[in-house]
Design a binder for this molecule. Sequence first.
Ligand code: FES
Length: 578
Amino acid sequence: MATILRSRDWFGKDDRWGLAHRAWLRAEGFSERVFAGKPVIGICNSWSELNNCNAHLRQVAEAVKRGVWEAGGFPLEFPTISLGEMLMKPTTMLYRNLMAMDVEECIRAYPLDGVVLLCGCDKTTPAQLLGAASADVPAIMVPGGPMLRGMWQGAEFGAGTDIRRLWDDVRAGRRSEEEWCEVESCVSRSAGHCNVMGTASTMASLVEALGMTLPGAADIPAADSRRLAIAEESGRRIVAMVNEELRPSRILTAQAIENAIRLQMALGGSTNALVHLVAIAGRVDLELPLTLYDEISHTTPVLANVKPSGKYLMEDFSYAGGVPAVLKEISSLLHREALTVNGRTLGENIARAACYNRDVIKPFGQPLYPEGGTVVLWGNLAPHGAVIKQSASSPHLLKHKGRAVVFENNQDLLARLDDPNLEVDEQSVLVLKHAGPKGAPGMPEWGHLPIPAKLLKAGVKDMVRLSDARISGTSFGTIVVHVSPEAAVGGPLAVVRNGDEIELDVPGKRLELRVPEGEIAKRLAQWQAPAPHYQRGYGRLFLDHILQAHEGCDFDFLRGRDRENGQTPLKRFPNPGL
Ligand code: FES
């Protein structure tokens, strides 16, 4: 039976509105042939000159259009807001849900039978995925790919990761200001997202593991002609997906989400992916507990030798076989029967994948690290969990006790961190409060607290830091983030004081405030909520509805599917693989 196209409600009628819909669109120069029952394919483009990572996506959109036309569809490109990680303040995470709503409502409100989503920079990928999951119209994603490798003084230079190292060297007096200026033109050599296994690379890879891209689409460099070829192929494929009624609800299953977590661990991927995957699960009626994350982390080796956990960059990763090669390596741990956008299973897609460089993608039996990069911590300081990326931490700090040096907020941190009189040593634990979803607001990537200048000059390279913020996927160091509940809603983090002892035990998965429980309860009873950051506008909506980190930082009213009788509670994650 032929598929009933939703676009026919706009273009397929002979009444006044049917004529108006066709006539107004013909203002763009289309002939009547485009209305002869062709599936209308939206190309949802997050291109923006304010977002360098996505600056090439108009060219990618042209390639998608070629494929759509060739397959018998009618492509129409449309913009949404774009979230440029570098320029948008205070943080793109404040706007992820706004973009997700923009994507969802555009898909729903316009005469689209299918949609191709063009993403790249950190939050554009999860925002589009969230929107597409909720709209549930056939959808395929085309990530923009990583930028070319940075090159400086004859060596490779990773965006974010190596800049952080260099900045520490400049602050410690080991590098000159001239070198600092020189590097500016060497870091970001093309369009495309950051070239390490940061959040953007991680999320693009997880989209492939979820089955929402064609195989191999995640990591082809942005400047590589094959990026346009796979965009064209995605355009052809979405037309077939419309005819097959292959919607996100058939692809974004519990099995697919488990596959994505597996890949995140094998990549040593960004901790931010955890927040986004919990939110995506929530959109498809699933409550994804952090305990499942932990179990999967414990049983998945890290294979990708890519910064910040390893030594190579995304170009090397792609040339070594990329995401399909890693998926093939961990295939015994995957739900290979999970359906993907090309109509085949994940197992079928990776059956012929190959690895071309065993130093970049390690064999399953000789991993970079024996278990996953992300560890979930529990304890009286984080009753709803906290997260550390152990693969980017210093081994000698994974079990550590130290006295807290507390910063009440980011302004306090910036004002006092480099004060020569700050009472801090390398055993101290740096604590940042009010950097979470409500407290900052928007849960910015402030969790990579800089090491105080006087310790840097003394040669200290790492120390334990913790906060209710996030960290960039390009960060490295012994950094605990996503402490939940956050300080701004009265989590125990709110009552940590200077000099309190904190115990971090990553092997034991513990994060404890070593203060008597009675004293903690007394402090919490005296705690007063801070004044809200916003009284009006989107900021007010955000503060009224944002969920905590362990709930994915989605808005409460966006979780679950649309139903005639309103929202229903999320189902427990079925945990099918364990
Ligand atoms: Fe866009 Fe890093 S700034 S991915």
